[in-house]
Design a binder for this molecule. Structure first.
Ligand code: BMA
Length: 833
């Protein structure tokens, strides 16, 4: 027993007294506005806005229309002071380093009144050896922030032409902070990521990564590459242990002796794994992971270890010339995959307050909605490590933009050099994540340059134009792809998304495509059916956030209030919603119902688009709607609002992105019924089509056995106008079911008229609950039943769904939540009456 304890103690002590240790800098922080004398308490990580808010010095910019009252902050300079202690033992270490994971943006850092660092890029980290500046006992870190806006404007003045995007493009800072068509303008500053302090003596692991050399079902060969920094010529051992994450069984263990030279040493260990468990994306298979622990020791004394995940998968972007133009699709482990996803933006205007578990929530909600890819959009931030970790775990592929969007960027050497450092660091940070599928240079910069009339608007001379495009090429055709090639050569790079602007015919023939004819172009939703490209990486329509989210952030709940207007950032946003709503819905006068109808409208638009994309598989091989989430409470294109309340689009996504899907479309006077499958297996199922009226009577039935081939989209049945002749189209609908072994694996209701024309009957609804299952039944057909209670959105597995008469629909809630007694509901009936 004593012996056992001794072993445990020995084991723990080697980690406690390891030669390299890294801790959060444990300092007490204060901040003040430059030019004033009073200091206030501050949080690190944090931002100046959240610190002002915590000290009650400003109103909450997310509430009411307070955003405008905090605009002065961006033009001021700010100072942060942190005091930390340094003991004798620490001071004896050979190297003591401060690691700044993220400083937003222009800052001078002083340690004990000596300048140790100047920062100018929020997207990179900084590392400074501070040994010579440290003193025993109390040490003072002072960080002086210069107004980003002032800095940016000074840069604008230096150029003799204007770049679209104004001062923001000169600042390597999240561009959405300057305001977007879904984002408040909150140009903040601060220490927005942790500062850590690390100590080491002779040897330290600089970085770890792996490269998959070859991969088959029976054998994986992986190079595990360690970069080790050494101060001396010395010997060391590396111990590598590989575990299958799920079962925690050791798959591989290897100890090797290495001889280190002074400087950087590279150790490559070729690891072979028999019968590897491959990583698959959501819907295709399990996202299997291995834990890899690399430990380094000297003379049997532990020095340092690094733990990371390995995912064994091959991801290819296939861009082959074909009859139409060029393909754009992904293969995962050799299998072509139809991508179903959305565009992801930062989860907050003040990203430092987003907790790790909130990244889990977002990625898990995405997984639940059958999403297999999120695109980290270029006007935001490279996401937090936790985001990528949870994408790995949930099988969500990541399309990663570099952080440039909708503007032209400078090309001076300081700027380019800063971007080069940023890109190299970010590529190295993300390359170990199996979810990483693609690097993309920017969002809509190429499209903007070629299609948005900037040459005229800014009156560029030929020389200016050539210079600006030349700078573009340096960034997006050289620096960024070079960083990818050097540090992550196996992941594909495209210079811009979309490849071709949506006004051009070619945009539907090759590359990825953003289609904004609907919304920006005010075209009918039905136009989505014609505008199908090879990979639809953006298209979208706004819906209002949950009524309960709106209620949380302001009092005047009506479309004309200053509050509601301030939480719409698109110049003609509400007007556009209204115009589209008039086409399809009876406009509700009541605000609560208006919010509900706006969400249905958004969902309808996305449904038309997604169905068209999926029907056109394999011509089209991906769909990413704009946008997944919000960074503050706002009316936007998102499926999930800022408070994580799902909109109607969220629930619809689950169905629209399911592996089996039934879609109906009208071509001339024929209704074509498609069955779409993203499954890897072909199945023999029964297709059951019923023509029903909204009272619940069955008017016609067609049943037919079909073979649903793997990875397919096929027309399996037709319905003709002729067959409908004797019915009123506003009273009927098609109810289609795909049935496999008595289970419905896909269900679709298809309507022949607009929602506003549909004749609906007052439903009598019966709701019961047993444990976490809520059962709902109605006497007549209900369209778009929305369940809620008077205080809150309900946390349930499904909402905004149809109920067929006498059918029981089950939704689940969290165990222990007694909901059924308080449930209220509305449905399309309440909008139409
Ligand atoms: C897309 C995005 C964003 C914008 C959205 C909606 O093109 O890239 O720039 O918010 O359009 O307008």
């Amino acid at each position: 027993m004593i012996k056992q304890w001794l072993y445990i103690l020995l084991f723990i002590s080697q980690y406690l007294f390891s030669q390299v240790s890294e801790n959060l800098l444990n300092a007490s922080w204060q901040f003040k506005q430059k030019g004033t004398s009073k200091y206030y308490s501050a949080s690190v990580p944090g931002t100046v806005h959240t610190d002002l808010l915590n000290n009650q010095l400003i109103k909450d910019p997310f509430l009411e229309d307070n955003e405008k009252s905090v605009q002065w902050i961006e033009s001021e300079d700010w100072e942060y002071v942190g005091v930390f202690n340094c003991d004798k033992i620490t001071l004896q270490r050979k190297h003591i380093e401060l690691n700044f994971e993220g400083i937003d943006t222009y800052a001078k850092v002083f340690l004990n009144n000596q300048l140790i660092l100047e920062c100018n890029n929020m997207f990179r980290s900084w590392n400074v050896d501070i040994k010579s500046y440290l003193t025993l006992g109390s040490n003072t870190l002072r960080i002086e922030f210069e107004s980003v806006v002032k800095k940016g404007k000074a840069e604008v003045a230096k150029l003799n032409y204007t770049l679209p995007g104004d001062e923001k493009v000169f600042t390597r800072k999240a561009q959405y902070q300057y305001g977007w068509d879904w984002g408040a303008r909150l140009v903040t500053c601060g220490i927005y990521k942790p500062i850590t302090i690390s100590y080491w003596d002779d040897v330290k692991i600089k970085s770890m990564h792996y490269e998959i050399v070859s991969l088959t079902d029976s054998l994986a060969k992986v190079n595990i590459i360690s970069l080790i920094k050494s101060d001396t010529i010395t010997d060391a051992e590396i111990n590598i242990v590989l575990n299958e994450s799920k079962i925690n069984a050791i798959s591989k263990r290897e100890t090797r002796k290495i001889h280190l030279k002074k400087g950087i040493n590279i150790d490559t260990f070729l690891c072979t794994i028999q019968q590897p468990k491959l990583w698959f994306c959501n819907g295709l298979g399990d996202p299997n992971l291995y834990d890899c622990n690399v430990e380094i020791s000297q003379n049997e004394k532990y020095v340092e270890h690094k733990l990371f995940n390995i995912g064994l998968r091959k991801i290819e972007l296939i861009r082959d010339k074909d009859f139409f133009g060029e393909t754009f699709y992904f293969k995962i482990n050799g299998l072509p995959v139809f991508i179903k996803g959305s565009n992801y933006i930062p989860q907050d205007n003040f990203i430092s307050r987003t907790q790790k578990n909130e990244y889990f929530t977002q990625t898990y909600m995405a997984k639940q909605a059958n999403i297999n890819m999120l695109r980290v959009w270029g006007g935001g931030l490279y996401a937090d490590d936790a985001f990528y970790k949870y994408c790995d775990l949930n099988g969500i592929l990541v399309w990663q933009d570099f952080m440039f969007a909708c503007a032209m960027y400078p090309g001076d050497s300081t700027f380019l050099n800063s971007v080069k450092q940023e890109a190299e660091q970010q590529v190295m940070r993300m390359r170990n994540h199996p979810s990483l599928a693609l690097w993309c240079g920017n969002n809509e910069v190429d499209e903007g340059w070629h299609n948005w009339g900037w040459q005229k608007q800014y009156n560029y001379s030929k020389t200016d134009s050539a210079k600006i495009w030349n700078d573009y090429q340096k960034l997006f055709h050289n620096i960024l792809p070079d960083a990818v090639k050097t540090y992550d050569s196996k992941t594909a790079y495209v210079s811009s998304s979309p490849m071709i602007g949506w006004g051009k015919k070619e945009s539907l023939l090759r590359g990825d495509s953003h289609y904004w004819g609907v919304w920006w172009g005010m075209e009918l939703f039905e136009v989505y059916e014609k505008k199908v490209g090879r990979f639809m990486s953006e298209y979208g329509f706004q819906g209002m956030p949950s009524y309960f989210t709106l209620k949380h952030y302001g009092d005047s709940l009506n479309l004309n209030s200053a509050y509601i207007k301030a939480h719409q950032k698109h110049p003609t946003g509400y007007q556009t919603i209204q115009t589209y709503m008039e086409r399809d819905y009876i406009i509700p006068k009541d605000f609560f119902k208006y919010v509900y109808a706006s969400q249905l409208l958004q969902r309808d638009g996305m449904q038309i688009a997604i169905e068209a994309h999926r029907r056109n598989k394999p011509y089209c091989m991906g769909t990413l709607y704009w946008q997944w989430n919000d960074c503050w409470p706002v009316t936007s294109w998102s499926a999930v609002d800022y408070d994580n309340r799902p909109k109607a689009l969220y629930y619809a996504t689950k169905k629209l992105y399911a592996n089996f899907y039934i879609s109906v479309t009208k071509v001339k006077d024929q209704y074509q019924i498609y069955v779409i499958s993203d499954s890897l297996k072909s199945v023999n199922a029964n297709l059951e089509i019923k023509l029903k009226n909204t009272k619940g009577e069955i008017l016609l039935t067609k049943t037919k056995p079909i073979t649903v081939k793997e990875n397919s989209s096929e027309i399996v049945e037709y319905f003709s106008e002729e067959e409908l002749k004797s019915f009123h189209k506003n009273e009927i609908y098609l109810s289609c079911n795909l049935i496999l072994n008595k289970q419905t694996i896909a269900h679709k209701n298809y309507f022949f008229v607009k929602p506003k024309e549909l004749v609906l009957h007052k439903p009598h609804v019966n709701i019961t609950q047993t444990n976490d299952v809520i059962k709902i039944k109605s006497d007549v057909f209900i369209k778009d039943l929305y369940l809620y209670n008077d205080k809150e959105e309900l946390q349930i597995s499904n909402n905004y769904f149809d109920i067929e008469p006498n059918e029981t629909i089950e939704v689940t809630t969290r165990l222990g939540m007694e909901l059924s007694k308080q449930i209220q509901f509305i449905s399309l009936y309440d909008i139409n009456h």
